[in-house]
Design a protein around this ligand. Structure first.
Ligand code: SF4
Length: 417
């Protein structure tokens, strides 16, 4: 039986230079590890026709996408009816006419799912991801309510662009000056340094501009810089901001409260120079397969392309990589050779590489059938790499068990036919 290319793809069909228009996320990734940026943004035509290695969004990322979508849907409906804040009593009836929070969130889940259609990594775990996302709906609902209770807007109905393709990073054409009002998911550009970024919310009133970004995770200093970059882009975006309206307020909206970000327009030149220098350095560092692999215990554990990284799958990888460990259960990235089938969902295998299991040891590989059915198709002698596998012990503590689930990345670099 043919094995999906998701499990056998190790190298790109074409490496890509850094993007012509630089952005915050690319820069940060490439500075930390040029190899990671090269792998993530290369072309994998054997997998799909889109650019880059397909994302396998985490539960937190999916929940964040749904939250953004739901907020934009509700605000658009309220603004279309002339309601400019959730304190307006008419908002209750309008929300009811949308079907309430539950329906809006369900529709937003459908939008997010649609945007991921054709993503071969998401398709593998679609059912389990959606089940876990649906369990998160009460928390998403709470977040949406919280964010909406803080917002006040003056929206032009046309300014909420609920594009089908939530993942698109194409540079949009036909950009027009922003009208007075509140706008969502707006792309900003600084042509002088060729930088771009997407601001979650821009509020434009007379000569007053506020930029806000919604964050569902923990606060980070990177978020401050991200917002300051958005302010710089806004100030130099002559298409969206021909009146050169200054930024008066930058806000990061965290679940536990807002954080005001300092920004002084006078510092814009310094920030632009810094970004230019950092961009130039990244352009030199990211050079296809020659891109340096910056092995680091903490970074590699979180790297979303580590299963493709040749430097990582050697004995040189950082020894302390391991994730959330307890005495009995550990997360690990493991390379195995299958030896013999032991049961419906069990192989006996030999460990080649691991942070917690000695090389040469015999382990049991177990998996959840609905997420890892490919393991049924393999023969003894096949080699596997599992990123994010769970390591535990058999009841008598004599054998280590490697468990593979929807969150594990599985690569089969070599298999017997
Ligand atoms: S695994 Fe580590 S070295 Fe390899 S690409 Fe990821 S961050 Fe870089």
């Amino acid at each position: 039986m043919e094995i999906s290319a998701v499990f056998t793809t190790l190298t790109p069909t074409e490496w890509q230079a850094p993007p012509e228009w630089m952005n915050f996320h690319y820069l940060l990734r490439a500075e930390q590890c040029p190899r990671s940026a090269a792998l993530r943004h290369a072309t994998y035509s054997q997998l799909w026709s889109r650019r880059g290695y397909p994302d396998k969004p985490s539960l937190a990322a999916l929940a964040g996408m749904v939250m953004h979508r739901a907020i934009a849907r509700i605000i658009r409906a309220l603004a279309d009816s002339g309601v400019d804040s959730f304190q307006d009593p008419r908002s209750v009836a309008i929300l009811k006419s949308l079907g309430g929070y539950s329906k809006v969130i369900a529709e937003s889940v459908a939008d997010v799912t649609k945007s991921l259609a054709g993503n071969p990594r998401f398709e593998l775990v679609r059912a389990s991801s959606l089940a876990r996302l649906n369990n998160r709906v009460p928390a998403i609902r709470e977040q949406v309510q919280l964010q909406l209770s803080r917002l006040k807007w003056k929206l032009q109905p046309s300014s909420v662009d609920l594009a089908d393709d939530l993942e698109s990073d194409a540079v949009a054409n036909g950009r027009l000056p922003l009208e007075q009002g509140t706008h969502f998911e707006i792309e900003l550009r600084h042509p002088g340094i060729k930088w771009r970024g997407f601001a979650d919310l821009i509020e434009l009133r007379d000569d007053f501009c506020t930029i806000e970004d919604f964050k569902s995770g923990e606060p980070s200093d990177d978020h401050l810089l991200q917002l300051q970059i958005y302010a710089l882009l806004w100030c130099h975006d002559e298409e969206l901001n021909p009146a050169n309206t200054a930024v008066h307020k930058l806000v990061i909206c965290y679940p536990n409260g807002d954080r005001i970000v300092p920004y002084n327009k006078k510092d814009g030149g310094k920030l632009a120079n810094e970004l230019q220098a950092r961009t130039n350095a990244v352009r030199k560092a990211v050079s296809g397969p020659e891109s340096q692999a910056n092995l680091d215990a903490d970074r590699c554990t979180k790297c979303d392309v580590r299963h493709l990284c040749s430097a990582y799958w050697t004995g040189n990888r950082p020894a302390s990589v391991g994730g959330a460990n307890t005495e009995r259960v550990q997360l690990d990235d493991v390379q195995l050779i299958l030896r013999s089938r032991k049961g419906q969902n069990t192989w006996s295998a030999e460990c080649q590489l691991s942070n917690h299991i000695p090389a040469g040891s015999t382990v049991l590989l177990r998996w959840t059938p609905k997420d890892c059915a490919v393991l049924d198709q393999l023969l003894p002698g096949s080699e596997l790499r599992l990123s994010g596998a769970l390591i535990s012990y058999s009841e008598d503590a004599r054998l280590q068990i490697v468990s593979c689930s929807a969150t594990t990345d599985l690569i089969i670099p070599y298999r017997l036919a």
